[in-house]
Design a protein around this ligand. Structure first.
Ligand code: PHB
Length: 393
């Protein structure tokens, strides 16, 4: 099989790239290691920046998102018995939207298939080669048979555990990372969330986050030990921790309901440079990971794709290949700012179990400073709602 752009990974990044290229008449093939049902069913991120919503809408895949997504003008915080709300609209003129990653994936798959696009499911990429030639290729296994996809360029959108990053020689690959000494226990609950907006709660026993997927579906998270196990968290312990960590605030109640999915997510920061090697580009989680506290992961992946799609359009439409060289540096500036924001939100909101009494007081003072300063609230809101993104074409 031969195409112009070979895309490894059928998550939001790979699928959106394929869709944007198609809008400009550029061919691609997406190789996805899992089944269609897996990608469409797995609960993952859920918060879209204004930029992401605008890009998906402009690209013609935002119809259901605009209809079913839950737009939020504010974000809420509790700590030390206090409650604060930051009005993002007031501070930035922007808002965020709750819409699950798997819904974005469903919309993109539907758009690609309707346009006759090629997505090969259950196709496991095994080897990437020819990156220094004009004929790079991906060898993959589909239904037990080894096949080869030949292309002009390769986009590695295959996530943190994918094979693409490993095709960059260790001698040129730099990685920067940090693992946090806690994890998140995430659960999907068949009940109304405490508020229509997200609540980030700092509590001496640990952080908690109250999000949602629908008006009657809560998505909540609890800070747990890094090596914790779902088995240590029977329902009663979950309800008690959620109630305690939210604290008592007028109008905010934890509603119990069926616990539909419970899982543990590690917390890490990770960046790899460069994002281009020969004829391959990395995008999304293949190149960088943020802890979920800033809700930046999927948004960053989509921002990478807007820059990469623009570079391919310049190359194929105008024979201008200069943006291939600026792709990495342009993305990395935004990535590092998001890394900083995610690290800052994480360290400000999660107590360390072995923190000194001084550090415990200092952490509360930091939250107090941010919430009670117009500049502090604006800084948080600007980054949370998303830094402006240049158009992709
Ligand atoms: C989610 O709804 O899954 C979510 C929202 C905000 C975050 C992290 C996760 O910061």
């Amino acid at each position: 099989m031969r195409t112009q752009v070979g895309i490894i990974g059928g998550g939001p990044a790979g699928l959106l790239l394929s869709h944007l290229l198609h809008l400009e008449g550029i061919e691609s093939v997406v190789l996805e290691s899992r089944s269609r049902a897996y990608g469409e069913g797995r609960v993952r991120a859920g918060l879209l920046e204004q930029n992401t919503v605008d890009l998906l809408t402009e690209a013609g895949v935002g119809e259901r998102l605009v209809r079913e997504g839950l737009p939020h003008d504010g974000v809420q915080f509790t700590f030390d018995g206090r409650y604060h709300r930051i009005d993002m609209r007031e501070h930035t003129g922007r808002r965020v939207t709750i819409y699950g990653q798997q819904e974005v994936v469903k919309d993109l798959i539907a758009a690609r298939l309707a346009a006759g696009g090629a997505i090969v499911f259950e196709a496991e990429a095994r080897e990437i080669g020819g990156l220094d030639t004009e004929r790079p290729y991906v060898r993959y296994v589909e239904g037990g048979v080894e096949k080869t996809l030949e292309c002009d360029y390769i986009a590695g959108c295959d996530g943190f555990h994918g094979v693409a990053r490993g095709a960059i020689p260790a001698s040129v690959l730099q990685t920067f990372d940090r693992i946090f000494p806690f994890a998140w226990l995430g659960m999907l609950i068949a009940a109304e969330p405490p508020s229509e907006e997200l609540i980030y709660s700092h509590h001496p026993e640990g952080f908690a986050l109250f999000s949602m997927r629908a008006p009657k579906v809560t998505r909540a998270y609890l800070q747990v030990e890094p090596d914790d196990d779902v088995k240590n968290w029977p329902a009663e312990r979950i309800w008690e921790a959620l109630r305690k960590r939210l604290g008592q605030h007028e109008g905010l109640t934890v509603h119990e309901g069926e616990l539909m999915q419970v899982g543990i997510t590690p917390m890490r920061s990770f960046v790899t440079e460069p994002m281009k090697h020969g004829r391959m580009f990395l995008a999304g989680d293949a190149a960088h990971i943020v802890p979920p506290t800033g809700a930046k992961g999927m948004n960053l992946a989509i921002a990478d794709i807007s820059v990469l799609a623009r570079a391919f359009v310049a190359h194929y439409k105008r024979r201008d290949s200069s943006q291939f060289e600026t792709y990495g540096p342009e993305c990395l500036r935004r990535i590092w700012r998001a890394e900083h924001f995610s690290w800052w939100m994480t360290t400000m909101l999660h107590p360390l179990m072995d923190a000194s009494p001084f550090d415990k007081k200092r952490q509360i003072a930091e939250l107090d400073t941010v919430m009670n300063s117009r500049a502090g609230r604006t800084f948080l809101a600007e980054n949370y709602a998303g830094l402006p993104l240049a158009p992709w074409r």
